[in-house]
Ligand binder design. Structure first.
Ligand SMILES: NC(=O)CC[C@H](N)C(=O)O
Length: 352
């Protein structure tokens, strides 16, 4: 008898072992990252998703909070072939269900073939397959989480001080902590602001850069951040990471679309079209920019040619689809933060 079940969209139920009890639902996605499970589990971009690790053994370095990207676990549940006791205890203590002893090779292949899908999970001594199916029934699609920003953003703004050389307005759509530290390390003071900050509030703050963070779900559900970009383009340098790239593109006449299974891992190759150089990047996204609008595509994914970097010299805009802050991950692209701060010292043209 199993003590855990995973119900997949379509109704197939897989048996597993319970490692942290409870029921959960979400969009089933996978990461190919073989390291950085503490960073991934605390990445707010995984909100409302069930995270499957394709790497078979997760948790062998224990759990250390200095590696956390936020103050809680964000995926609604975790799935792996084998979770160590340390990571299972952490998930249990945080009330996040987890299951293992499931063939993640088959599961990841299915997600690759069928796409990221809804799922339901039930784990614990008393659960039945019907409990997992009930969770699946109640599961919403990612784009239906229309106010997902409220689940992950700060309620009140705060400042993280660097050296006071620049004032960055970081719109927190679910920002990873290391985006802030990458900026403070370079002398900037970072004003972490709620996802629904208004143009009037930005005007009052009078920052040097408007920076749209990463975040969960469909970028179409971040209308307030999009409005900020529309309002300040040409007046302020604008930067974005991941969801931030998607929001900036949408604000500047571009479009986004959902990918089949997305990019999640720490070895995604990205080619810079100007230098020809390829860098290895950390990624976590399920949507992509399908039309760049007023921006130029300057970097593409070597595997599938999707846009990885957009910019406009004229408008003072610079964005990345991947995670240059690289926690976890290769540090090949940390210079993105230097490029963003250089925009402050460059004059920008007006949008019209
Ligand atoms: N890490 C992110 O910012 C993810 C962006 C968006 N939620 C996506 O899935 O594409």
């Amino acid at each position: 008898m199993s003590d855990a079940y995973l119900a997949l969209e379509g109704g197939r139920v897989l048996e597993a072992r319970a490692r942290a009890p409870g029921t959960a639902r979400g969009e089933l996605v996978f990461t190919t990252a073989y390291t950085g499970y503490e960073e991934s589990l605390t990445d707010p971009s995984y909100e409302e998703q069930v995270l499957t690790f394709s790497y078979p053994l997760i948790g062998n370095y224990g759990v250390r909070d200095e590696r956390f990207e936020s103050d809680r676990i964000h995926p609604t549940a975790a799935v792996a072939l084998e979770l160590t006791d340390d990571v299972a205890e952490w998930l249990t203590a945080e009330g996040v269900p987890a299951i293992d002893h499931i063939d993640t090779r088959d599961l990841v292949t299915e997600i690759r073939d069928e796409g990221a899908m809804k799922c339901g999970i039930a784990a614990g001594p008393e659960v039945t397959p019907e409990d997992a199916l009930a969770e699946l029934d109640a599961c919403k699609g990612m784009s239906e989480h229309t106010d997902i920003g409220a689940q992950v953003s700060v309620d009140e703004r705060y400042v993280v001080e660097g050296e006071g050389e620049y004032d960055v307005a970081l719109i927190d759509c679910g920002a990873k902590g290391s985006i802030t530290s990458s900026l403070t390390d370079r002398g900037a003071d970072v004003h972490v602001l709620p996802y629904d900050t208004t143009p009037a509030e930005i005007r009052e703050l009078d920052p040097d850069v408007l920076f749209i963070s990463n975040g969960p779900g469909d970028p179409a559900n971040f209308g307030a951040a999009q409005e900020l970009v529309e309002e300040f383009v040409g007046d302020l340098p604008i930067a974005g990471i991941c969801l931030g790239q998607q929001v900036v593109a949408r604000a500047l006449g571009g479009e986004t679309e959902k990918m089949v299974f997305g990019h999640r891992g720490v070895n995604q190759p990205v080619r810079d079209l100007r230098s020809g150089r390829v860098v290895m990047t950390t990624q976590n996204h399920g949507y992509t920019v399908s039309e760049p609008g007023d921006l130029d595509v300057t970097q593409v994914n070597v595997n599938d040619d999707t846009p990885e970097g957009l910019d406009s010299d004229e408008l003072g805009v610079l964005t990345r689809q991947y995670h240059p802050e690289a926690n976890p991950g290769p540090h090949d692209s940390l210079d993105f933060f230097d490029r963003v701060l250089e925009l402050v010292d460059r004059p920008v043209a007006t949008a019209d």
